[in-house]
Design a protein around this ligand. Structure first.
Ligand SMILES: [Mn+2]
Length: 325
């Protein structure tokens, strides 16, 4: 049983709350963090918000989320907060340099909806049936009670729209759409918000998409289509790695493969693998083989091998063959 009541009690009583989310945050992570923070501030609670990137290079669309200008750097985050909340983290390593603060926190409320999450924090609010971490924040806010500011609605709407693939994915239930309707009752420009999230690509990014699509390869025995980008590709294009987060959504539209993968080199040289399935594979399980995690149809992990070997191993794992990562 998820202990929303106890989490609500802790947050009602706390004069100060430190909130974070996962490294390289998406709109669900930032939205859940900033949406909860705006609500708590409305109640008179003092909040500190940071995400675990050093330096804190927030995505462009983050400007659209109220409270983003008050984000602090990792080193300004409380070292041992009495009450800390994490948003959208499937595992503790997603907290990066903020893991120490989480370990030292008096109470650690862990809000997440990844199926691979085994239950973390002193108060785990982890529901794999939830469409988004923002949906869980909404439930928590309802439990705490009181006025919800428009700033919270904007942040939660951003996370809800993106984590459901604009209300496309299987986790969308009638309650999800009712929540969207409730959030839209607030006075904000939802069209402008979603435009900033989905239609804000730089010309050089679009050209980089062309490069990646030119490299598309198919592994028929694993029902897998994939491509890759290196650090050199990103450098030459002058594109920030975070800008390529939605590229997988282009690759996954290939109707002739169940699984789509994007293999993208990180600054440390390792390759981040994003995988998506049209329904035929449980990718949370496949990613777990490689120490990663996620949802049934959308998951990710990191590989220390180059693109070709990474994909060989992925193909083997998709076929249920034993793999030594
Ligand atoms: Mn999420």
């Amino acid at each position: 049983m998820l202990d929303f009541a106890r989490a609500a009690q802790v947050l009602r009583d706390a004069p100060e709350v430190a909130i974070t989310c996962h490294v390289n945050p998406d709109a669900d992570a930032l939205g859940a963090m900033l949406g909860l923070a705006a609500f708590l501030r409305e109640r008179g609670t003092s909040t500190t918000c940071a995400f675990p990137n050093e330096p804190p290079d927030a995505p462009r669309w983050a400007r659209m989320l109220p409270g983003s200008s008050a984000l602090v750097a990792v080193k300004e985050f409380p070292k041992a907060p009495a009450v800390m909340v994490t948003c959208d983290c499937a595992s503790s390593d997603r907290l990066g340099p903020l893991l120490g603060a989480a370990n030292r926190a008096g109470e650690l409320i862990w809000i997440d909806h990844h199926r691979s999450n085994e239950g973390l924090g002193t108060i785990p609010l982890i529901d794999p049936e939830a469409s988004s971490s923002c949906e869980l924040v909404w439930r928590l806010i309802g439990e705490i009670g009181g006025k919800v500011p428009t700033d919270t609605a904007i942040c939660l709407y951003a996370g809800l729209v993106t984590d459901t693939g604009r209300f496309q994915y299987e986790a969308v239930r009638p309650e999800t759409l009712r929540l969207a309707a409730e959030l839209r009752e607030f006075d904000f420009d939802h069209a402008r918000l979603v435009q900033a999230l989905y239609e804000d690509n730089g010309r050089r990014y679009l050209q980089l998409v062309g490069l990646a699509l030119g490299r598309l390869a198919f592994v028929p025995e694993a029902d897998l289509v994939w491509t890759y980008l290196t650090q050199a590709d990103l450098r030459e294009a002058g594109v920030h790695p975070g800008e390529t987060d939605d590229l997988i959504d282009v690759i996954r539209t290939d109707r002739d493969a169940d699984v789509a993968a994007l293999v993208k080199q990180q600054k440390d040289g390792r390759f981040k693998v994003s995988v998506r399935s049209r329904g035929g594979h449980d990718l949370a399980k496949v990613a777990a083989v490689f120490g990663g995690g996620g949802h049934r149809l959308a998951a990710g992990y990191t590989s220390k091998h180059g693109p070709a070997e990474t994909v060989d191993q992925l193909a083997a794992a998709l076929r249920g063959e034993p793999v030594v990562p």
